[in-house]
Design a protein around this ligand. Structure first.
Ligand SMILES: Cc1cc2nc3c(=O)[nH]c(=O)nc-3n(C[C@H](O)[C@H](O)[C@H](O)COP(=O)(O)OP(=O)(O)OC[C@H]3O[C@@H](n4cnc5c(N)ncnc54)[C@H](O)[C@@H]3O)c2cc1C
Length: 441
């Protein structure tokens, strides 16, 4: 199966190195911020986490200001693949070994609840963002991976309800038309959206509820005073009763304790030129989100209009400059779909996701300062959910309890925010993928 010929994609002459999603994004028309002297809540970061927190706080009547060093959304929240998932990185058996069956179940239930939450958020706020629960297919790159997936699913289904089935290789063409895989796992309940349209809608909802947005205003540092937290920003000082750090993969020196605990990892995506929609729906019948089982996994999907295919992965050693990155991702796409031979790539972009050292999402509120971050590559639903929970915590509302409370947020003596070890790690993953019949560079 894995010996099929690769298709060779080419780079369009006018390839653009910014997200294809931005074509449909309402570019910021936010006015220059007029900062108040004091607010109830200052939020650092205007991605999904920060805006979800801001919406909850503003709706409760609190005064809120959201700072973003760029235009809100310029981080991962308008760059992602738009896949709305309910999986946690370590998988159910590993969660059970680490935390016991009850906590593992609570965490997985909460990941599923995050999908319901974002759906409600979209409906309640009338956000037109092409959201749908079309499901996700996880193809296995080897027979061994297929067997491991089967065991994991059986273990999880013995403990909780999971709307998923294993799909043997012979039946796979109902979901995916690629010679590369050995069957896979189909999840019914999850889905996808247009990430930039969703961010636009969330931003409008937060502003409509009264949250102030300080775009292009970096927080440079903060200090606890007798009456609150004094934030130094690019345009002056603001005092806040509470500060919520929602900076995820862009966490920097303004919050050094978090920077030393967050590992930023680059993820990159390419979009093809417009294709015949019949070809797209033949390659990915049902228009599902797809995530395969390589270490340096490929995630791909049709664009919401069904005319393009978007594929993302970690650059590994295939990074380098923009052109090289686009070619590298194009080779990965050509290997999955040899029929795309000769197709042009029109867009390529990257952004940063965040991992914690133990790979679990992190949320906490200690005194006046709280944070929510580290969703790995699956933060579209989780960031909105934990942003909301963080806001509840900041208000002292017990509804803000989550299954991820009271977990350590470990740092390492050898780490201060510069992930020097990622290069060798990615090389190792690439090698191990190649040995498992993986995508060639
Ligand atoms: C290429 C890519 C593909 C992805 N695909 C998927 C996917 O398909 N499905 C999925 O579930 N997840 C995906 N993710 C992950 C998902 O996008 C993120 O988990 C989510 O957007 C995180 O939102 P956030 O608000 O926490 O962080 P971000 O959206 O990254 O926002 C953080 C913000 O903090 C701001 N900031 C940082 N420091 C400061 C400061 N000192 N002062 C002011 N502002 C500051 C930054 O400017 C940034 O805007 C992907 C991510 C990337 C990059």
């Amino acid at each position: 199966m894995a010996s099929a010929k690769s298709g060779s994609l080419k780079l369009s002459e006018d390839i653009q190195f910014e997200p294809w999603w931005w074509q449909a994004r309402a570019r910021s028309t936010l006015p220059e911020p007029e900062l108040p002297g004091r607010v109830d809540h200052a939020i650092i970061g205007g991605g999904y986490t920060g805006l979800s927190a801001a919406l909850t706080l503003a709706r409760s009547g609190a005064s809120v200001v959201v700072f973003d060093s760029g235009d809100p959304g310029d981080g991962a929240s308008t760059r992602n693949g738009g896949m709305v998932g309910d999986r946690l990185k370590p998988g159910f058996p590993a969660l059970t070994r680490t935390f016991g069956a009850e906590s593992a179940k609570a965490m997985m239930d909460e990941a599923a609840a995050s999908v319901d939450f974002i759906e409600r958020l979209i409906i309640d706020n009338g956000i037109a963002c092409d959201f749908g629960r079309m499901g996700r297919y996880y193809p296995a790159v080897s027979r061994k991976h297929f067997d491991a997936m089967t065991r994991k699913l059986e273990a999880e289904q013995a403990a909780r309800e999971v709307s998923a089935v294993m799909v043997p290789a012979e039946e796979q063409s109902q979901f995916l038309h690629s010679p590369l895989y050995h069957g896979g796992r189909l999840h019914h309940d999850t889905g996808g959206l247009h990430p930039a349209k969703f961010h636009d809608g969330l931003l409008a909802a937060a502003r409509g509820a009264g949250a102030r947005i300080a775009a292009r205003t970096a927080v440079l540092g903060m200090e606890e005073t007798d009456t609150g937290i004094a934030l130094e920003t690019g345009v002056g000082f603001v005092e806040a009763d509470k500060v919520l750090i929602c900076t995820n993969g862009y966490t920097g020196p303004a919050t050094p304790e978090h920077q030393a605990r967050v590992i930023p990892v680059t993820s990159a995506i390419v979009a093809t030129e417009e294709l015949d929609p019949d070809l797209v729906s033949r390659l990915i019948p049902g228009g599902r989100m797809i995530t395969d089982s390589y270490h340096l996994l490929n995630y791909y999907r049709p664009s919401p209009d069904g005319k393009r295919i978007l594929l993302g992965s970690r650059p590994g050693l295939g990074g380098g400059n923009d052109q090289k990155l686009a070619s590298y991702l194009g080779r990965r796409l050509g290997r999955i779909f040899p029929e795309l031979d000769g197709t042009a790539i029109t867009h390529c972009w990257s952004g940063k996701v965040a991992f914690s050292f133990d790979t679990f999402p992190k949320i906490g509120m200690g005194g006046r300062i709280g944070y929510a971050m580290c969703y790995g590559g699956s933060g579209v639903a989780m960031s909105n959910w934990l942003g909301h929970k963080l806001a509840q915590k900041a208000m002292g509302d017990l509804a803000g309890r989550t299954a991820f409370d009271d977990m350590p947020f470990p740092g390492k003596f050898y780490y201060n925010g510069w992930p020097w070890f990622l290069g060798p790690m990615m090389a190792w993953y690439g090698l191990s993928d190649a040995l498992s019949g993986g995508t060639r560079r």
